[in-house]
Design a protein around this ligand. Structure first.
Ligand code: GDP
Length: 527
């Protein structure tokens, strides 16, 4: 369900009303007509028709991060985000990053699907024959939740940039229902007839071409010639899998034309531990904590369907607020749902950090308000609708100590994760974008959904510690010093003689994540 103005939208009920046009566009039409105030409808129309509001002189190319070579209407979110919805980011992309991206786009156009080079590179791949040509590739295989997917696509793309490979993404799930193409005049989708496609289901740690396995079996060395390699960069990667990040290993891997990756962790921080990569990374990202922020704004552009969900909800509920607070509540338990100790934690964190006001003793009707109070919109995002309902009730009757008016909204309450179901994933993506449009954000520890939302928005979050048992943590949350996502399961060692050395101490700007008790690495500035 996707909730608008207190009404709950149920897809099954809508089918009765909509016979000809697809369910999705029907929903949007009905939302925009029924729920949005007139002035907001105008903004929505302007957005959908691709016209520009006259008083918003914004930089639609985000300091050159985006190319101007796309047709605007095919993917409204690409240019409209910065034109109409986002405050200009205080973080500017470096000139070096901008030029690197333009060069990458040329390379992708030359090597991407349907090119002579791609045909050459795949011709004998199924027969395990080595291909020697100008193009080398890295294939991203889809797995895990959407947050994990976005973090790993960005990590794989960064690796592709550094090593001059072409990224191709597995579209057997719903990537193209979620995101527009990021590179002009070509496609980032791995063609469905990719020769190894049917084998990829079996790729795991035991697979004989898994890099970590080959390394531990001493089956790979500097003389090895391999047509493809599988990289296993998941939470259960072994030390040998994690050697992938190291300089010496990279010189072996560099020669392999096809790399195929399964990943569920944001591994970009580990690339900084490799001296060869580090030199270029410093030029690409002089502000180190902007890696995901820039890459996400470059790579991810919600499709028109998803963008219409974002804009219609934003215009209906968030646009008129003086301030917007985002709260993402992810419950990592087998019996996940509503828990009072988590609700208490959210209230305790937001009040302690002055993100939400305390309640005054008076009831609302007894207070004489002479000036128009400040309106704060609170966007709650969770699988469980009870969290926003409780918060709404809290501010419903009582005046606040600051006299602010607090309005609480929650777009959906899906209850169960349904990854790979198109509409479910589209709602999840829409909610990440809505969160990223808030002014302050509170997210749950360890959640990649939260990581994507705050980093995309350029926001340093307040992270809710993960509760143990049924106890509200004290303190309930911590302000992150960085807007980068956390690499949840990094190598616990360096590359050479320093096995056992905690990599958090090797490079000054890579530090442990605040939201984890142990492990976890993150890029920071200003240390
Ligand atoms: P993580 O598990 O918190 O790291 O985040 P992921 O995004 O990788 O996986 C969780 C998945 O569960 C999401 O992608 C959604 O499919 C679903 N989900 C979790 N929380 C929410 C939520 O607040 N809203 C919606 N719409 N879906 C959610």
């Amino acid at each position: 369900m996707f909730q608008i103005s207190g009404e709950v939208f149920r897809a099954s009920g809508m089918k009765i009303k909509i016979l000809i046009i697809p369910v999705f566009f029907s929903c949007l039409l009905i939302w925009s007509v029924m729920d949005l105030p007139f002035s907001n409808n105008k903004l929505l129309d302007a957005t959908i028709n691709g016209s520009r509001e006259p008083d918003t002189p914004r930089d639609k190319l985000i300091g050159g991060l985006l190319t101007a070579d796309f047709n605007e209407s095919s993917c409204l979110s690409r240019y409209h985000q910065s034109l109409f919805y986002r405050k200009p980011s205080p973080y500017k992309p470096s000139e070096y990053l901008v030029s690197k991206l333009r060069r990458y786009e040329i390379l992708h156009k030359r090597c991407g699907p349907d090119t002579k080079a791609y045909k050459e590179a795949t011709k004998n791949l199924g027969n395990d024959e080595i291909y020697v040509g100008e193009c080398r590739y890295i294939v991203w295989l889809a797995g895990y939740g959407l947050g994990n997917r976005m973090l790993t696509i960005a990590s794989v793309f960064l690796y592709a940039l550094l090593t001059e490979r072409i990224i191709l993404v597995d579209n057997r799930k719903d990537v193209s229902d979620l995101f527009c193409e990021p590179f002009p005049g070509t496609s980032w989708l791995l063609p469905l007839d990719f020769p190894l496609m049917n084998y990829t289901y079996r790729y795991n740690k035991e697979y004989s071409r898994c890099y970590g396995t080959m390394l531990s079996n001493k089956a790979i060395n500097s003389t090895s010639v391999l047509p493809h390699l599988y990289l296993h960069i998941l939470h259960d990667s072994r030390d040998h899998d994690k050697m992938f990040f190291c300089q010496n290993d990279q010189s072996l891997i560099d020669k392999v034309p096809w790399l195929i990756v399964k990943a569920n962790v944001y591994f970009a921080p580990s690339l900084w531990l490799n001296q060869d990569f580090q030199r270029e990374l410093v030029e690409l990202f002089p502000q180190k904590e902007t890696v995901f922020h820039h890459l996400a704004r470059y790579l991810f552009h919600p499709t028109n369907q998803v963008w219409a969900m974002v804009t219609s909800y934003y215009n209906a509920h968030l646009s008129r607020a003086d301030e917007r607070l985002g709260i993402q509540i992810r419950v990592f338990r087998n019996d996940a749902g509503y828990f009072q100790h988590i609700m208490d934690q959210v209230v305790s964190c937001t009040q302690r950090e002055k993100l939400l006001p305390e309640l005054a003793t008076q009831e609302k009707s007894k207070v004489n308000i002479s000036i128009s109070p400040k309106l704060k919109a609170v966007l709650v995002v969770s699988l469980y609708p009870e969290y926003s309902e409780r918060l709404k009730n809290m501010f419903w009757r009582r005046e606040t100590s600051t006299r602010e008016t607090i309005k609480v909204y929650q777009p959906s309450g899906e209850r169960v994760q349904q990854t790979d179901k198109k509409l479910h994933d589209q709602k999840a993506l829409a909610e990440m974008y809505l969160l990223s449009l808030t002014d302050n954000i509170v997210t749950s520890a360890r959640s990649t959904f939260g990581y994507v939302s705050y980093s995309l928005g350029g926001l340093k979050p307040w992270l809710l510690y993960q509760p143990t048992d049924l106890i509200t943590p004290d303190p309930p949350c911590v302000r992150s010093m960085s807007m980068e996502p956390c690499f949840l399961t990094p190598p616990s060692h360096g590359c050479d003689a320093d096995w056992g050395t905690n990599s958090g101490k090797i490079v000054p700007f890579v530090r442990h994540c605040e939201d984890l008790m142990y492990g976890g690495l993150k890029l920071y500035d200003g240390l």
